[in-house]
Design a binder for this molecule. Structure first.
Ligand SMILES: Nc1ncnc2c1ncn2[C@@H]1O[C@H](COP(=O)(O)OP(=O)(O)OP(=O)(O)O)[C@@H](O)[C@H]1O
Ligand SMILES: [Mg+2]
Length: 211
């Protein structure tokens, strides 16, 4: 049994769907309202996990086998969970994660065809009983998401270089996550404008956690 006394909220969805934009807005709104909150991006969030991140988000698409990639993601996640997420939640600090275990289901389980069950086994080993209380899943046709992502500058584009069929399978993976976890998952239409999405998100958070 894990002991936690604050909400754990995750943001999920394909490339360029607007997750980081909304994590930023929600954190600011919560802080302004006096809520003690921290946010992390995955893979990353500790020194070791950030080092693993560089292995995962840069370079050629086929640099890792799917299994190696899933294990690297999970290694970074285990470091973040044990060193940051669990201690914060225990202390009553809200935690928001820009991607979490559902990304591994979608990307490695579906995108790379490892399958739901194998990734679920891996996730259970990595995060134990820690489950998000609320997960926003951003839905956007991958063609559009990739276009948005391409407009950003930077070198963290390994996934953006994978072909469209990969990103379509990622979307299927998120469908499955949504179907299997209807209570904690809320779908977000990422075509809506940024302000409207942030209002929907804030409303949902207020409703669920009584703030
Ligand atoms: N609702 C929106 N409508 C139009 N453009 C948006 C919207 N939300 C975000 N954007 C823009 O799309 C781009 C991608 O957004 P963002 O970085 O938040 O996506 P992301 O889901 O975090 O992507 P990644 O998975 O690659 O980290 C940014 O340039 C951002 O300004
Ligand atoms: Mg992002």
């Amino acid at each position: 049994m894990i002991s936690k006394s604050a909400p754990f909220i995750t943001f999920e969805g394909g490339e360029g769907s607007g997750k980081s934009t909304q994590v930023d807005i929600l954190c600011r709104a919560l802080l302004k309202g006096g809520v003690d909150v921290v946010n992390y991006r995955e893979p990353g969030g500790t020194r070791g996990a950030e080092e693993i991140r560089t292995l995962l988000v840069m370079g050629d698409g086929d640099r890792w086998t799917p299994t190696t990639e899933a294990l690297l993601m999970s290694a970074a996640r285990a470091d973040l969970v044990e060193k940051r997420i669990l201690p914060h939640l225990k202390d009553g600090t809200w935690v928001i994660c820009d991607r979490f275990a559902d990304s591994t289901v979608a990307y490695q389980g579906y995108g790379h065809n490892l399958g739901y069950d194998r990734i679920e086994t891996l996730n259970n080993f990595t995060i134990g009983k820690l489950k998000p209380d609320l997960t926003f899943i951003f839905r956007l046709a991958p063609e559009l998401g990739l276009k948005r992502a391409a407009l950003r500058e930077g070198v963290e584009n390994r996934y953006e270089h994978l072909d469209l069929s990969f990103h379509r399978k990622v979307e299927e993976g998120y469908d499955e996550v949504f179907k299997r976890n209807p209570d904690r998952c809320v779908a977000i239409d990422a075509l809506l404008d940024i302000d409207l999405i942030s209002q929907l998100i804030f409303k949902e958070v207020k409703k669920r956690f009584n703030i």
